[in-house]
Ligand binder design. Structure first.
Ligand code: NAD
Length: 375
């Protein structure tokens, strides 16, 4: 079993400055409680504001090297980007295109309605919503294969190519089946409605060739996972069914851009974007980040809900535990998850997105205390 683990922390923009310190607080707490040795590197600033204000024409903070990103055991970041800096960046955020270069092909985004939290969906109770949006992370519309045509200085045409490969489909769909089998990152394995372990393949076959491939690869794999029910939904219809019968879903696998959009919708379904955690995971690397953006509308007020990033780093520890065969890390994730459940259920300390008036730091302190008390 390994020794100590190095974890790089990157800040980002807007509320990242408020929520990243809370994630570090929680990592330091579980380090103490679960006998871990975590070497937290940073946190380094690397958001759009930082770049523009520092006129860093070459791009990133010199401390954040390409090697560092690959050498640490895991890393996490707060959200990046602010509308006013769009197209003004002097360089890229990072010395790598993280999702592609690290080949973190799975974006795991749980949607769980916890006790003490109100969904936007009427009359939905704790435990009735507990699914994962499993977003393919390296293909589809975000591969930046395309271009634009300008005539006389006016952009007249823009093309994005939508890529889907057999390898890309196979590995994400297999991961979907595995997640349905293990119930990892969920409150309970199976769909809340009937307890059935179910993989839903959601895409737009019949129209998009790439989605035809996505569906046919699922059909090929279906027979290898007879313990998991396979379900198919057109992605547009799934957005309807997710609202009408969220309890039917367990793990929902979908191509990249659909997953990006549906996981934001799932933020609302689970009660707030501030509860939406995620990891980007491959076979060798993993990094954590919340599902949401930099929330400029509330940035600087210290009222952002840090649950999203706390869940994200917890999931990251779980990935690391599985990858390095270290139970202590899996237990740390369980401890974080359970502490969040207890604090949300009590409802004494809540940020404004959940109807309370507490500050980001107070919420983080309460979670940290809860992790300590339970041990
Ligand atoms: P957003 O996700 O930042 O905000 C949407 C809504 O959710 C806002 O009302 C916001 O206040 C709320 N919200 C988000 N996180 C919250 C939290 N932790 N607690 C409480 N409320 C929270 O979406 P946006 O405003 O469209 O995007 C803002 C910026 O973020 C844009 O520049 C965008 O490009 C960037 N962005 C970055 C990432 C990323 O780094 N992974 C992802 C999405 C958007």
């Amino acid at each position: 079993m390994p020794r100590s683990y190095s974890i790089l922390a990157l800040i980002g923009d807007g509320i990242a400055h408020e929520i990243v310190p809370e994630a570090i607080k929680i990592l330091e707490t579980v380090e103490q409680v679960y006998g871990l040795e975590l070497d937290i590197i940073g946190p380094y600033s690397f958001g759009a504001k930082h770049y523009v204000e520092h006129d860093m024409k070459e791009g990133w903070d010199p401390a954040i090297t390409r090697d560092l990103l690959f050498d640490v055991d895991c890393w996490f970041k707060g959200p990046v980007g602010l509308p006013e800096y769009l197209n003004k960046l002097p360089g890229p955020y990072l010395p790598i295109n993280q999702r592609l270069d690290m080949d973190v092909y799975a974006n795991i985004r749980p949607c769980r309605l916890r006790s003490g939290v109100k969904s936007v969906l009427a009359n939905r109770k704790e435990g009735e919503i507990d699914y994962i949006v499993l977003r393919e992370n390296t293909e589809h519309m975000y591969v930046r294969v395309g271009g634009s045509l300008a005539r006389g200085g006016v952009t007249e045409l823009a093309v994005d190519n939508y890529i889907q490969t057999r390898k890309g489909c196979e590995r994400i769909i297999k991961m979907g089946y595995e997640l349905a089998r293990t119930g990892d990152y969920k409150g309970k394995p199976g769909a809340p409605k009937d307890g059935v372990k179910r993989l839903t393949c959601a895409a737009k076959w019949g129209i998009c060739k790439g989605d035809n491939l996505f569906k046919s690869v699922t059909e090929e794999l279906e027979t290898q996972y007879s313990d998991v029910e396979t379900d198919y939904a057109w992605i547009d219809t799934w957005s309807y069914w997710a609202i009408m019968r969220p309890d039917y879903y367990d793990v929902v696998v979908m191509p990249n851009q659909y997953g990006d959009i549906m996981s934001d919708m799932s933020g609302a379904i689970q009660g707030s974007m501030g509860l939406a955690g995620s990891i980007n995971a491959g076979d060798d690397y993993c990094y954590a980040e919340p599902t949401h953006g930099s929330a400029p509308d509330i940035a600087g007020q210290k009222i952002a809900n840090p649950t999203s990033i706390i869940l994200s780093v917890g999931m990251m520890l779980n990935w690391l535990g599985i990858n390095r065969n270290d139970d202590r890390l899996m237990k740390a994730w369980d401890g974080i998850d359970a502490a969040l459940d207890r604090v949300l259920e009590k409802g004494e300390i809540r940020t404004p997105d959940l109807g309370g008036s507490n500050k980001t730091g107070e919420f983080g302190d309460t979670i940290a205390k809860e992790i300590l008390i339970k041990e």
